[in-house]
Design a protein around this ligand. Sequence first.
Ligand code: ZN
Ligand code: CU
Length: 484
Amino acid sequence: MTLRCDLIIRDATILDGTGGPRRRGDVAVSGDRIAGVGDLGAWTAEQEVRADGNAIAPGFIDAHTHDDRAVLCGPSCMLCKMSQGVTTVVVGNCGISLSPVRMAARPVPPLDLLGDESWWTFGSFAEYAERLARTPAPVNTVALIGHMSLRVEAMGGDTQRPATDREAEQMRGRLAESLAAGASGFSTGLWYPPNMMAPTEEVIAVAEALRAAGGVYVTHMRDEGGGVLDSIAETLRIGREAGVPVVISHHKCTQPENFGRSGETLAAIDAAAATQDVAFDVYPYAAGSTVLMPSRLRDDVPVRVTWSIPHPEMQGRWLADVAREWNTSQREAAERLLPAGAIYFQMDEADVRRIMAHPLSMIGSDGLPHDAFPHPRLWATFPRVLGHYVRDLALLSLETAIHKMTGRTAAVFGLADRGVIREGAFADLVLFDPATVRDAADFDHPTRPSPGILRTWVNGAPAYAWGEGVRDPHAGRLLTRGRA
Ligand code: ZN
Ligand code: CU
């Protein structure tokens, strides 16, 4: 008997996303699903791809992104992710989501990371989902609804205070409505000024909407520096009281006096994980990036400018050099650059490694796709883990690293039949060379595609090929937690 399918990838090293050991074999695809895995010598296909021993893995899931707008603006916006082997992105992180709020004027930072008012046109998540359905993105999208967006919608410009009970109720209602329309969770960015005044009780009141819908709570915590343990405790309390799983975003210990404290934070998370559902994501760099915040500058944290509306000529420059050139303090120079974005060299490499190697971590880029001179995590997160941390440093095995980019992430976000290579799962796949894959983008050249990532497929369609770029600009779907 001859079995026929659409595509066979032959003679590959199969990393199935579960963390189990690699094996040699073939992978067959029919329509949008994997039709067979193993020795498929008796099968024939419309198209055959010879892997020659290269690795085939489930397409990478970027656990933490700000791609809300990038998924809407065509293949050129998503090349940064597709060239890393990414086939699914989780949008709406850090309290920032493009819906459900319209803006009449430039939004306050950090909402402006997604663009000026011309992009804020979705009064409901249903409208955003409808746009994604009408003009599908090249990758799959999992959407979170941001607390900051909900606050601006409910409270207008008056966010420097706790929400009233009525406002919290309105936010909870908007969140419930969004979850019903296909969103998967709720995110906060309690570190940012427009949210800082929100007490824990306000967050719990809004997060209650998650329980009935089976959503997840995701947070850029109130404090990742001196108060990081208190922030972890707050996050865990929100999860317990709302009765939902929690994800700590881009887990890190910031500021030099907190270097080395990931030992304590991971112990606290481990202890909680025995009784509640908790996960975290991490990016493979000892520097973070967000909007430029003059009041939070420190002499011992070097800063590089990623964008500036009034002074685009300073993009890519060290803030200290800009200040010297303008013959002023760094704080004054930062004030003049606003609105602007920055990279903060504020972490310890040993912490980054300990967090990445921890069994509960997933890989998320936190890339900022609209920055003029972005942090290299936007283009190079996944290849950097595979090249630098797996191959060069042997910090973790290839199987474990792939699991943190695929199967683990799909489980945390409840993505049915994704993140694994097995018969019947969706055919989101990446073909790469483990011997050569590496991050080409760096802090001086932040927008280079990564060699070694050879091809991807999204829902069975050829999505990306090295040297060719994006092949199918519309193969992606909106994925919803718990739904196939
Ligand atoms: Zn964040
Ligand atoms: Cu973020």
